[in-house]
Design a protein around this ligand. Structure first.
Ligand code: ZN
Length: 298
């Protein structure tokens, strides 16, 4: 079902339709574009709508509107909401997620965990899971349980970062990470990995904050049916912070592109702001200028 040529270098941008896109999302898209160009990679739009409860029509519309308004092209993936619903929604890939989960289950790599977040936080530091349920043998088919992976945090993981292979291990923070959530839907780690394998993504560009997820996904890729995820070329870019030093995210109050547009900001004004976040010397006004400035700064 892979719709693309296996020979292309493919990366993706993967927004979630659970809010209006903000300047931090756009920054990640244009950084992806800059790095993709260096690798002559095609870019796929992959909208991660796994969390159907938080999905809203206007958030889906907003993704296409923003890409359009800011003239950020994508090579592959849905061109509009109809195409997205018909062909690309993660709903269509639930059988693939189930197949991967069943394989892990058949190999006795999963266990049920009924811990609340509160309980986990009380017994661990930095949110890592202290394996409370690993030896409890709760039935997997019980209601309201997470399915966790029995991880081996001493196992070597090979990762390719910017063409350079090196070895790592699974960090403590993602010990026994969740594979299937309490609502029976696949976890982000599982779905993202299965999607990347399905579409043949072979370069993944993401912020350094997702480095642990990369290790989790590489680890997981060795436990599901044969795939070439281990040969993915990763690029973890620096995180850009607001002038206040805070993270550029919705929860930190970053403005949505929608709000900026409604207050009369032009495309050029938004790019100028992106350039300021990046610390570019000269003002920029479009994607091409962003890409040029990104590479000349390096
Ligand atoms: Zn537990």
């Amino acid at each position: 079902m892979n719709p693309f040529s296996p020979d292309i270098t493919l990366t993706r941008i993967a927004p979630t339709p659970s809010g209006f896109l903000h300047i931090g999302n756009i920054l990640s898209f244009v950084i992806t574009h800059s790095i993709a160009q260096k690798h002559q990679a095609k870019i796929m739009l992959r909208i991660d709508d796994l969390d159907q409860g938080r999905l809203r029509e206007e958030y889906l519309d907003d993704i296409f509107d923003c890409l359009d308004f800011l003239e950020i092209p994508v090579d592959l993936g849905p061109k509009n909401k109809t195409e997205f619903r018909q062909e690309y929604s993660q709903i269509h890939r639930f059988p693939l997620y189930a197949e991967a989960i069943n394989q892990l289950k058949a190999n006795d790599l999963l266990y049920a965990c009924d811990c609340s977040r509160k309980k986990i936080n009380a017994q661990s530091n930095k949110g890592s899971y202290p394996q409370i349920c690993r030896t409890k043998s709760l039935p997997l088919e019980a209601e309201n349980v997470n399915w966790r992976l029995k991880t081996d945090n001493t196992a070597e993981i090979q990762i390719i970062e910017e063409n350079q292979p090196f070895k790592s291990i699974l960090p403590a923070q993602i010990t026994d990470f969740v594979i299937r959530k309490k609502d029976k839907s696949p976890s982000y780690q599982l779905a993202s990995l299965v999607d990347d394998i399905h579409f043949g993504t072979n370069i993944i560009i993401r912020g350094k904050d997702l480095y642990d997820s990369t290790l989790a996904q590489l680890y997981l890729s060795e436990l599901i049916p044969a795939n070439s995820f281990h040969s993915t070329n990763f690029h973890h870019h620096d995180l850009v912070k607001a002038p206040s030093g805070r993270k550029l995210s919705k929860s930190e109050g970053a403005s949505s592109i929608k709000t900026m547009r409604e207050s009369g900001q032009t495309k050029q004004a938004i790019y100028r702001q992106l350039g300021q976040y990046m610390g570019f010397q000269d003002p920029i006004g479009n994607l091409t200028e962003f890409i040029q400035a990104y590479h000349s700064k390096k």
